[in-house]
Every structure is written in structure tokens, then in C-alpha cells.
Design a binder for this molecule. Structure first.
Ligand code: HSE
Length: 309
């Protein structure tokens, strides 16, 4: 095999209460990466499509390049390759854009080299792509993009990643308002110290969310989707956040919150019709604020990366 094209799904990190420890993958959108082996020892990014020229072509500075460079070094190979990155989602959107690129890249090179590493061994390489993108190697985007479904990062040191079950009828609505929030900025504004009373609410909700996923208890999932630590601070970066969130709940969504570091907002619903109605309601609020947006409706993606050709 000389070349391969991989799709890796976008992700909703945090899922409200699970800052940096819970995320899930969606079917749509996602990034695509084509990797071609060449008879030269260097890793090169040939082209990036869809980034409006904003991402670096230097592979050591690019979230798709660095996981591939580190991977080849790790397996002791001087194999070279050429990369084409197709950005299929907006930058700075809260959809795990950099994570999808990193996952697609490292998954592609592992396939081309004959799968010397197991899927879970690819995670630290993708996490380094994330570190490059925003200064923090969190895994709640790369984890679900790589594994599919819901993923829990039980521990970062040592890394302990648990795949969680997905209830059958769960639908996700994501609205991406046309404003940009850099993950680095959205992390820098967070308080570094917490009140014990807030921590108690938060870990109760994390446990409730995980329990609800295991038992397909939609009401428990919904009432656990409450974030008293991160959301109150980050909401100020998203005009109309609470009105948008409430409009999704009024449409019948079981819960809603900021997708990753924002500005996208997501909602979970028990059926597709409600998910669509939530999307329409949310879009009306942003339109009223003269903010354009697009809506993605999707089931939870169970698979992670997909070989396209
Ligand atoms: N957990 C990360 C954060 C996800 O909220 O900063 C970034 O998309």
C-alpha cells in the first residue's frame, strides 16, 4: 500500500461536567488526511485544503505532521511521506478540529507501515498534536476521535482511557456560531482553584453521566449534564450562550452545553426529530443576535477513523 486517505471524526469534549476527562465522537463533520509513502526520508505537507492558508505547512509545527514524525521516529523508521490535509471543519470551533487531523494522520501512517502499533498506542502521538495546537495535551478530543463513541480519561498519569457505552437512541445537535474561540485562550481564563462545594456537585454529575450511559437512562444523563466549574466562566466568550442552551432544552433536548472549549454548543436528544428542532431553535437565537451559524445533526460515531481509499 503506497497511499491512504483517512477520515477522523469531530468530537464534543467535556460533555458539560467532564472537563478534560469525557468526550464523544460524531458522524459529521470530520477531517480527512491523505498520506503517501515516498522514497525520501523526509515528512512533507504538500497541501492543506480548506484552512484559508492559516495552518503551517511545516510538519514540525502542524498538528497532523508532528504525530507522524514522532511515530516514524518511535518505530525507528526513516520512511518519508507526503501529506495532504483536507480541513472539513472550522478552526477554533470547539469541534476538536486539531484532534481530528492528528488522529487521521497517525492512523494513516500506522496503516501504511503495516500496523506496528495497536490503536491505543497511537493515542499519545495524537495527544502531542493537541499539545502543539493549544499548549495542552488533553485527550478528551483525540480519545473519542481515535476510539469512537464516548471515552473517559480516568487518568493522565499514567494514561488510562476507558471506552464507555453509547445509548442506542442518542442524537447530537451541534451549532457552530460564526465566531472563533482559541482553545488556549478558553483555558487561560479558567480559575485554577475550586470551591469544595462546586467540586462535590461536579463529581456527582460526572458519576451520574457515566452511570446514565451504562444504563441508557436518558433522564439521568440529562440531569447530570450540569457544569458549575467551567461553563460559567466560558459562557462569557459566547454571545447569547444561555439563551441558546435554554432554547435547545425547550425543544426537548435532555441536556446541552459548550462543545469543548466553544464557541460551538451541543445538545443531546432522545430522537432525531427533537435533535433537529433543538438545532432550529438554537439557530433562531443566534440569528437574532446577527450571528451566522451552521448546525450538524448526528448520532454518536461508534467507530473513530475510517479508511476512505
Ligand atoms: N477539554 C478541552 C477544553 C477540550 O475544554 O479545553 C478542548 O477542545
Amino acid at each position: 500500500m503506497e497511499s491512504i486517505k483517512i477520515f477522523a471524526p469531530a468530537t464534543v469534549a467535556n460533555v458539560t461536567c467532564g472537563f478534560d476527562v469525557i468526550g464523544f465522537a460524531v458522524d459529521n463533520p470530520g477531517d480527512e488526511v491523505m498520506v503517501k509513502l515516498v522514497n525520501k526520508p523526509s515528512v512533507k505537507i504538500n497541501k492543506i485544503v480548506g484552512d484559508k492558508g492559516r495552518l503551517p505547512l511545516d510538519p514540525s509545527k502542524n498538528t497532523v505532521g508532528i504525530p507522524i514524525i514522532n511515530f516514524l521516529e518511535h518505530i525507528g523508521s526513516d520512511q518519508g511521506c507526503e501529506i495532504t490535509l483536507y480541513k472539513k471543519m472550522p478552526l477554533g470551533s470547539g469541534l476538536g478540529s486539531s484532534a481530528s487531523s492528528a488522529v487521521a494522520g497517525v492512523f494513516a501512517i500506522n496503516e501504511l507501515m503495516g500496523n506496528p502499533l495497536k490503536r491505543e498506542e497511537l493515542l499519545p502521538f495524537a495527544m502531542e498534536g493537541e499539545r502543539l495546537a493549544c499548549g495542552s495535551a488533553h485527550a478528551d478530543n483525540v480519545g473519542p476521535s481515535l476510539y469512537g463513541g464516548f471515552v473517559l480519561i480516568r487518568s493522565y498519569d499514567p494514561l488510562d482511557v476507558i471506552k464507555l457505552p453509547t445509548p442506542e437512541n442518542l442524537y447530537c445537535t451541534i451549532i457552530h456560531p460564526h465566531i472563533e474561540v482559541e482553545t488556549k485562550d478558553a483555558r487561560n481564563i479558567l480559575r485554577k482553584q475550586l470551591l469544595l462545594k462546586d467540586a462535590i456537585i461536579q463529581w456527582g454529575n460526572v458519576a451520574g453521566l457515566v452511570s446514565g450511559l451504562y444504563t441508557s437512562d436518558y433522564d439521568l444523563i440529562g440531569r447530570s449534564m450540569q457544569d458549575v466549574i467551567v461553563e460559567p466562566t466560558r459562557a462569557i466568550l459566547i454571545p447569547g450562550f444561555y439563551a441558546v442552551k435554554n432554547s435547545a432544552l425547550q425543544a426537548g433536548a435532555i441536556g446541552a452545553g459548550i462543545s469543548g472549549s466553544g464557541p460551538s454548543i451541543f445538545a443531546l436528544s432522545k430522537d432525531e426529530k427533537t435533535a433537529r428542532r433543538a438545532g432550529e431553535n438554537m439557530q433562531v437565537i443566534f440569528s437574532g443576535l446577527a450571528i451566522g451559524s451552521e448546525v450538524y445533526i448526528s448520532k454518536v460515531n461508534p467507530l473513530g477513523p475510517l479508511i476512505m481509499d
